[in-house]
Ligand binder design. Structure first.
Ligand code: JHZ
Ligand code: ZN
Length: 406
């Protein structure tokens, strides 16, 4: 199968097919099962610009509706990270007279709250009403819209040029990323920067983190593909910094051409990606084969534990849990429930696999023998919290980079 590249118009060739899948964040009530939304989840790479992307998209209005359940402030590690991000911008980029920062997909205000508290001019662009309201409660100014070229022109007219345009776990979600990049190019001040942090394609491949593949992740960014995109739309990639978040994130900084000296990291990552063959279709084909092995190993382990009469529950209901449970064929018969601290997910079912999501208190009450750590990227934070489980002899099941028990 082939489709046109959303960035350069080249040919995207399909390499991975996860079949009929629901939305990653499509947590639903039992009464809504009948009308549940499914689509074909498949990934390919562009022959020309190497951008890895979904073959088919779910319309953004279906994904980022008013009750969008992901709250970026749900992790203490994330809260600290985004506060540090804000402080960095305040000290290094927002230093001129009356500076201005815009954040695309500002969610519950986890980053902009610090900017607002500092009294610096800002604007969150966030179409999902509930998280937007949460950020307003923190003093954040929000425009409840999707960002694109038209929105950018409106913001420019009303607020003037932006010294920083930021996005975290959002830019790679936007199917019309070409229009977003054109919009940012319009909005940026002459020495402004476009900074975004997104799960790194090199991590997905390197760790077989196939659960990063779901409807919201339209793009799987790498330094090479981001550089190509920047150049195509009149910007320049000037830095690439790896971060531990979400199991392996890359933070990209783009500026206007010639305005900033590119950090050596850009060339270093380009070389590393070339050596790893990340820009070749074979990278996706290898991922496809390793995914199949994980599917087999995880399902067989859970079936074996059930036969032995062991109790297994899930810990953390990230969007990733939908991909893993649906792709591996894991339902409530193998994992009766998953605990999660997000109120918007509790009382609902994981999309497609229909495993109930319950409050974390149920974890201690159930005292299970094993817990599948779906929120594996938060392992440190969660394990530090759940010492009683471990002290009682409970074991964690992880499936990244392979199926193992700790
Ligand atoms: P977490 C999100 O993905 C959503 P998800 C989004 N689509 C995206 O692009 C990626 O990030 C990159 C819970 N939890 O962060 C909270 C506990 O219960 O891995 C969350 O529901 N207890 C924007 O959904 C889930 O786990 C805890 O102590 O894969 C983690 O979700 C902690 C720390 C978390 O994101
Ligand atoms: Zn392309």
């Amino acid at each position: 199968m082939e489709s046109p590249c959303r960035i350069c118009g080249g040919v995207v060739k399909e390499s991975i097919d996860l079949g009929r899948q629901p939305r990653g964040n499509g947590f639903l009530l039992p009464r809504d099962i009948e009308n549940e939304f499914f689509f074909r989840l498949a990934v390919g790479m562009c022959d020309s610009c190497t951008m890895t992307q979904l073959m088919e998209d779910v319309p953004q209005e279906i994904r980022y509706h008013d009750s969008y359940p992901y709250h970026a402030s749900g992790s203490a590690v994330h809260r600290k990270h985004f506060e540090q991000n804000a402080r960095y911008f305040l000290e290094h980029e927002l230093t001129g007279p009356d500076p201005f920062i815009a954040e695309i997909g500002s969610n519950d205000g986890v980053m902009l709250a610090t900017i607002a508290a500092a009294g610096v001019r800002h604007l969150g662009i966030e179409p999902s009403a509930e998280v937007a309201e949460m950020s307003r409660a923190k003093g954040v100014r929000v425009l409840p819209e999707f960002f694109d070229e038209t929105t950018a022109a409106k913001i420019l007219e009303e607020h003037g040029p932006a010294d920083v345009v930021f996005g975290a776990n959002c830019i790679a979600h936007i199917a019309h990323l070409a229009s977003v990049t054109r919009g940012v190019e319009l909005l940026l001040a002459p020495n402004g920067v476009f900074v975004f942090e997104e799960p790194y394609f090199g991590t997905v491949v390197g760790k077989t983190a196939f659960d990063m593949i779901y409807d919201e992740h339209t793009f799987y960014l790498a330094v090479r593909s981001v550089k190509a995109m920047a150049e195509l739309y009149g910007l320049e990639l000037v830095n690439a910094e790896p971060l531990a978040l979400h199991g392996g994130t890359m933070r990209y900084t783009l500026g206007r051409p010639g305005m900033r000296t590119p950090a050596p990291a850009v060339a270093e990552f380009l070389e590393q990606e070339r050596e790893r063959g990340l820009g070749e279709h074979a990278a996706l084909q290898r991922l496809s084969a390793s995914m199949e092995k994980i599917r087999h190993d995880l399902k067989s382990l859970l079936v074996k534990l059930r036969e032995e009469g062991r109790t297994v529950v899930g810990y953390g209901a990230p969007a990733k849990a939908a991909t893993v449970t649906n792709y591996c064929g894991i339902g409530p018969d193998l994992i009766p429930f998953i605990v999660d601290n997000t109120s918007a997910k509790q009382g609902r079912l994981v999309a497609g696999s229909h495993i109930p999501v319950v409050a974390p208190e149920r974890f201690g009450e159930a005292d299970p023998d094993y817990a599948v750590l779906f929120a594996w990227n938060h392992a440190e934070e969660i394990m530090a919290k759940e010492t009683v489980f471990q002290a009682r002899g409970g074991r964690w099941i992880l499936y990244v980079p392979d199926v193992h028990i700790i």
